[in-house]
Design a protein around this ligand. Structure first.
Ligand code: ATP
Length: 353
């Protein structure tokens, strides 16, 4: 990530978008810093595209203020915003060559710097790794190449903000992984502030400086990939980001930062810096990689349901009193296994302060 400026390039202040039949987003507040790769991630229908459309000026908010560089642009049209946009379906013009498609991005704007439009097109195609593709027909390109042309077109006028809405949703898994590395490298090279939309949590963790996890039109948590993974702020984030094991129970005893939690079938101990009292209900999570197959403090006797060999690890699906636990292992296992977790590896998501 580039240096963080004190004034955010984007800020959403209490944004609500109400349609006749639905509230698409509600009281959204977040900001994006200059040079950041910022990702909106969440399940289908949570309001990601609406948020991006509000940012691009394709929609105006029912309530709240959208600011770009501190200026209120809530009602301003897209062409006044200096933003490049790439949507999921590439939207290249099939009757134009690759060069003409990229040049279309310069239809209403002169290229930045002292270069001609055709020089700018060549420069952009080279940037996205498509040197020499100028005269190709878009129909003669692969999905990944088409999407790179769409990115070149969005970047042609030299916008200071790039919006990408599920740009890889039409591509197969391997190509997505390759293109996401390329997009990230390109973003770093240009230092362009980027707001990216995806429903794929793994993709969000892989490419972003920070992510906003959304559900039901609201932002549940904004943080670095590591923060949302290791310190989910809500149960939803804990369950949505990565594999996770979520437990609910009642605190029966506290000793300093150590809680005894009654999980109905077993008592376990959990460490937290939160302010918790006996009889509080708590929810905590333990990641699959934090379970040990050695005996330890918190032991759970389970039955092996199935195992998935993933190459670099094996994911076990274990049954513990009718709750499924996901645990990583690197060995074959028998029908039953006792797993344990360290009290410091449990992360409290609700309960206390
Ligand atoms: P997906 O990942 O499926 O694209 P999303 O997270 O981008 O979903 P949005 O497209 O922003 O979600 O939609 C959020 C909610 O707003 C949904 O319930 C959707 O049905 C509703 N919605 C979006 N656009 C409109 C519209 N023009 N009129 C009415 N409701 C809308």
């Amino acid at each position: 990530m580039n240096t963080v400026a004190s004034e955010p390039i984007v800020s959403f202040e209490g944004i609500t978008k109400q349609y006749a039949t639905a509230t698409a987003v509600e009281e959204l507040t977040f900001s994006v810093q200059e040079g950041e790769f910022f990702t909106l991630v969440g399940p289908s229908g949570c309001g990601k595209t609406t948020t991006l459309r509000l940012l691009g000026g394709f929609e105006s908010p029912s309530e709240g203020v959208v600011r770009l560089h501190g200026e209120d642009v809530s009602g301003a049209p897209p062409e006044s915003r200096d933003i490049g946009v790439v949507f999921q379906n590439y939207a290249l013009f099939p009757h134009m060559t690759v060069a003409e498609n990229v040049a279309y991005g310069l239809k209403f704007q002169e290229p930045p710097g002292n270069v001609s439009k055709s020089e700018r097109v060549t420069e952009l195609l080279s940037l996205v790794g498509l040197d020499g593709f100028e005269e190709r027909d878009p129909t003669a390109l692969s999905g990944g190449q088409r999407q790179r042309v769409a990115i070149a077109r969005a970047l042609a006028p030299g916008p200071d903000l790039l919006l990408l809405d599920e740009p890889m949703s039409a591509l197969d898994a391997r190509l997505r992984e390759r293109l996401r590395v390329e997009i990230q490298a390109l973003q770093e090279e240009l230092g362009i502030t980027t707001v990216y939309v995806t429903h794929d949590q793994e993709e969000a963790l892989a490419v972003s400086d920070r992510v906003a996890v959304m559900q039901d039109g609201q932002v549940e948590q904004v943080g670095t990939p590591r923060a949302v993974y290791h310190e989910p702020a809500t149960r939803f984030v804990a369950e949505f980001i990565g594999d996770n094991n979520v437990f609910s129970g009642t605190v029966t005893d506290t000793a300093g930062d150590t809680l005894t939690v009654d999980l109905e079938t077993t008592d376990v101990t959990v460490e937290t810096s939160r302010d918790i009292s006996p009889r509080d209900d708590v929810v905590f999570c333990v990641r699959p990689e934090q379970f040990s197959l050695e005996s330890g403090v918190n032991q759970l006797a389970t039955t092996v349901q199935s195992s998935e060999f993933l190459g670099w690890t094996t994911r076990l699906h274990l049954d513990w009193h009718e709750q499924e636990l996901l645990v990583r292992a690197d060995t074959e296992l028998d029908e039953t296994v006792t797993v344990s977790f360290d009290p410091t590896d449990a992360h409290l998501v609700t309960g206390g302060h």
